[in-house]
Design a protein around this ligand. Structure first.
Ligand code: SIN
Length: 284
């Protein structure tokens, strides 16, 4: 097994490893340590079904159940093999979407930061990839915090943010959610904006997603301006790695210090991805 950096921002490609073969303890320990160190691991040319993806994912911890809307999509499409594996796809079969997020852009976000104990790892496997578009961008929130101008950093010191659960990253209102009219009351968890990573002990910027977020205790206008400034800063190109997918690519990222977004692609092409998440813990 060889580790090759993905670029200057974050991530590493793990070469010469078939993740569906039984991995011994030393290999799993090396993978976990590389994941914590680099924030994002890429494995190319993997051949996985749902069960193999779930088995590999468990090396990073217990699986987190998908949100209710994802569970419903899968059961309506009649495609459930492992209930904790979900499908991200634009494909519609027999009038029914087989997965979530469609073909549009998915905005920058941290997965499920709107729950009290958001996932530690997110794992995404490419089955079918469109000829153009659908790239996934990842940004390093350690670097964003470490290099943040002192004045901006000072304004988030000791502050918490509200993480709205109403909308998906594709901008769709979730099943059973109401549109948010007052961001100070957005439903969802409240987390420190600067969080201590529970395993590395490092401080990372933790913003969740921009839509309906709110910096607790500030007038709404001030919160909006501060969030805009933080989002502009933390998504600068120097913090970002852009992944152009090939079928068989498997990505594992650390959801506590890495954010991601996805480019749109042509709805007439097919993109089918399998997805798991690993249970996290409450972090301060
Ligand atoms: C996501 O935003 O979780 C999905 C990313 C992707 O479809 O590439």
């Amino acid at each position: 097994m060889e580790l090759v950096p993905l670029g200057s921002a974050l991530g590493a490609e793990v070469r010469d490893l078939d993740v569906s073969a039984g991995l011994d303890d030393a290999t799993v320990a090396a993978l976990r340590s590389a994941w914590l160190e680099t924030g994002l691991l890429l494995f190319r040319d993997q051949s996985l079904d749902e069960t193999a993806l779930a088995d590999f994912s468990r090396h990073f911890g217990a699986l987190e159940a998908p949100p209710a809307s994802e569970r419903r999509t899968r059961s309506e499409a009649g495609s459930v093999v492992c209930p904790d594996v979900w499908v991200i796809s634009n494909v519609v079969e027999n009038g029914q979407a087989i997965g979530s997020l469609g073909a549009g852009e998915a905005e920058w976000h941290t997965d499920m930061s709107y729950i009290e104990e958001p996932p530690s790892a997110s794992i995404l496997y490419g089955l079918e990839i469109p000829p153009a578009g659908g790239d996934t961008h990842f940004a390093d929130m350690y670097k964003a915090l470490d290099t943040m101008p002192e004045e901006l950093h000072g304004r988030i010191a000791g502050r918490n943010a509200r993480h709205d659960s109403s909308y998906t990253s594709a901008g769709d209102l979730r099943l059973g959610a109401e549109p948010v009219v007052d961001v100070t009351k957005s439903p969802g968890a409240i987390h420190p904006i600067e969080r201590t990573h529970p395993e590395s002990g490092r401080q990372a910027l933790y913003l969740g997603r921009r839509r309906n977020a709110y910096v607790e205790g500030l007038p709404v206008e001030e919160s909006e301006a501060l969030l805009d400034e933080l989002w502009d800063y933390c998504t600068r190109p120097e913090f970002v790695y852009v992944h152009s997918w090939r079928p068989g690519d498997l990505l594992v990222w650390d959801n506590r210090c890495v954010i991601h977004r996805r480019d749109s692609f042509d709805q007439s092409s097919r993109r089918v991805m399998l997805r798991t998440q690993i249970k996290g813990s409450r972090t301060n």
